[in-house]
Design a protein around this ligand. Structure first.
Ligand code: OSB
Ligand code: MG
Length: 370
């Protein structure tokens, strides 16, 4: 397979409701989409980076720059392209994992379509549908939170994740437990908002029987998470800290986490995401699939990944309508608390042209060979 060129597209899609986390409030999702065009068909990749560098150091403008100026030129050097040759070709460029993931995913989609293989089959999926959890943002008041959680439970979501920050942690968790009971699968995500000195405060979450506390401390504070795990009984799960299979192996060996959130974009793509999964399975560490408020394109690949055997906890793999009034692909729909894993070649989803155009902010074409 030979790469002909790449289209970079910036889109902006309004969210159905503002999504507030400890790092900020999103009203719309600004996303870079990559379309890889080859002599054997084309493929799509969605970049997880957000508009501002507040969740991770990457952001949409930097993603477009590094793809145009460094990553696509590096990939252009590869004469015979296949999914395994992408990461080695991009390896001289430091960091920028989300940008690399989007480019690799576009090549992988093109290659899988050309070979008639679905993402799920190629990754080694063992399930036909995956359990859907939902991530619930920080709200203005407890009654609003209870309305939101009640709505999601009524829709059938099988696990609730509450975003927390100092001042919005013990009381929201207590209120959700009191209203909806102890059987609800419940977890919290701090997005690095605490310090190790908050350990005894976070231990006050222990009586509520949470599945896990996600990323309480700074992404680089592996030792702090290990210290926290000695004081807090609720399992510690890492998100931001896990950027590769190596960092997962280190965090597990150092006792910093007993659960891992796998986001393919954060670790540089689906090949590395599968390696993270394999490392965790080898250590008996449960994993679940995280999300970056993806459209149907990124969601299709995440749902395929979440169908691997080590994904024993429900993921942030919610239905399209949890995020968008109109998705850019055929939507993912909740059925009995689950999403169906696409079975068609490649991602099994593609942008609907009119919808894609209606959310497009800019697009550029980068010729690789003519
Ligand atoms: O920390 O998991 C996170 C969304 C954007 C950035 C970071 C995170 C999130 C979520 C929502 O929690 C996940 C989703 O539903 O896609
Ligand atoms: Mg998280």
């Amino acid at each position: 397979m030979r790469l002909t060129g790449v289209e970079l597209r910036q889109i902006a899609v309004p969210l159905v409701a503002p999504f507030r986390t400890s790092f900020g409030t999103q009203h719309a999702r600004e996303i870079v989409l990559v379309r890889a065009v080859t002599d054997d068909g084309e493929g799509w990749g969605e970049c997880g980076a957000m508009a501002a560098p507040l969740y991770s150091s990457e952001y949409t403008k930097a993603v477009a720059d590094v793809l145009r100026d460094y990553l696509i030129p590096a990939l252009a050097e590869v004469a015979q392209l296949d999914p395994w040759r992408v990461a080695p070709a991009l390896e001289p460029v430091k960091g920028h994992r989300m940008a690399k993931a989007a480019l690799e995913t576009a090549v992988l989609d093109a290659w899988l379509r050309a070979h008639g293989i679905s993402f799920a089959t190629w990754l080694g999926a063992t399930r036909e549908r995956v359990a859907a959890g939902v991530s619930v943002g920080i709200m203005d008041s407890i009654p609003r939170l209870l309305d939101a959680v009640g709505g999601y439970l009524a829709e059938g979501y099988v696990r609730i994740k509450l975003k927390i920050e100092p001042g919005w942690d013990i009381e929201p968790v207590r209120a959700v437990r009191e209203r909806f009971g102890d059987e609800v699968l419940l977890q919290v995500d701090a997005n690095t908002a605490y310090r190790v000195a908050d350990a005894h405060h976070l231990a006050r979450l222990d009586p509520f029987g949470l599945l896990l506390i996600e990323q309480p401390l700074d992404e680089e504070d592996i030792r702090g998470h290990a210290k926290l795990a000695e004081i807090v009984r609720t399992p510690i799960c890492l998100d931001e800290s896990i950027v590769s299979a190596r960092s997962a192996a280190d965090a597990i060996a150092l006792g910093a986490c007993s659960v891992v959130n796998i986001k393919p974009s954060r670790v540089g793509g689906y090949l590395e995401a599968r390696r993270v999964h394999d490392v965790c399975v080898a250590h008996g560490v449960p994993v679940w699939c995280g999300g970056m408020l993806e459209t149907g394109l990124g969601r299709a690949a995440n749902v395929a990944l979440a169908a691997l055997p080590g994904f024993t906890l429900p993921g942030d793999t919610s239905a399209s309508d949890r995020y968008y009034a109109t998705d850019i692909t055929e939507p993912f729909v909740l059925a009995d608390g689950h999403l169906d894993v696409p079975r068609e070649p490649g991602l099994g989803r593609e942008p609907i042209p009119e919808r894609l155009e209606s959310v497009t902010v800019t697009k550029e074409w980068i010729t690789v060979r003519s």
